[in-house]
Design a protein around this ligand. Sequence first.
Ligand SMILES: C[S@@+](CC[C@H](N)C(=O)[O-])C[C@H]1O[C@@H](n2cnc3c(N)ncnc32)[C@H](O)[C@@H]1O
Length: 239
Amino acid sequence: MTSAPSRRTRFPILLAASVVALMCSTGSATTPLDDSTPPPHRHDGATTHHSFEDVQHWVEVFDDPARDAWQKPAEVVQALRIRPGMRIADLGAGTGYFIRYLSAAVAENGTVFAIEVEPNLLVHLRQRAETERTRNVVPMLASADNPRLPGGMIDCVLIVDTLHHIDDRVDYLRRLRHALRRDGRVAVIDFKKDAAVTVGPPLEHRLDREQVVAEFRRAGYQLVDAPQMLPYQYFLIFR
Ligand SMILES: C[S@@+](CC[C@H](N)C(=O)[O-])C[C@H]1O[C@@H](n2cnc3c(N)ncnc32)[C@H](O)[C@@H]1O
């Protein structure tokens, strides 16, 4: 486990983290894009919808090197116990922050499906795979209500800071089961809905950990692990 940043380095890291989280929540400062508050009866409606089409902007936000200190991508992928040959989906892959770690973990005989709804990001993901020579990465354009993964062949789906962008999650997660192998897993990482956690989107845009667990249960999953390695986010693994 990586130790917490020192007092001397904590402030700039927190500042950068706050910027990341703010952008995750509301879009760029010049383009207010947060256009949705779910109606009260829609318990599993998205807490925010906004555009991710400005690739350069999101590269600066998601791939900010300061993020590594608290996002711990290598440790996250290690905790997923990914083996060579596995087929992994990064659902809501964004700019591909996790992709090269996943690509290395599944090795040449494995596959990483980089799933996105934003076409501009999909082009970026393909270019990034070419630049990084990650030949086992397959960018795929999903629908908002359907990941469009092939049936019965995915070992693990990783969903980072994306679940709160998805509507009708229980139905969506039931549909996602179709993509999983018999012992397939879904891992969720998202910001804690805790006022004491000052890094992350506004509280009203975050999903409570227990709500996420309840929605997965309703969709037919079981919580099998909850690694405690991330300071600002919960990390839940379902089967
Ligand atoms: C906050 S970003 C997180 C990106 C990446 N997981 C990371 O941690 O850097 C959320 C991403 O999810 C994508 N997204 C939103 N709804 C989605 C859906 N229904 N299916 C797939 N991707 C979606 C967005 O286009 C955006 O790139």
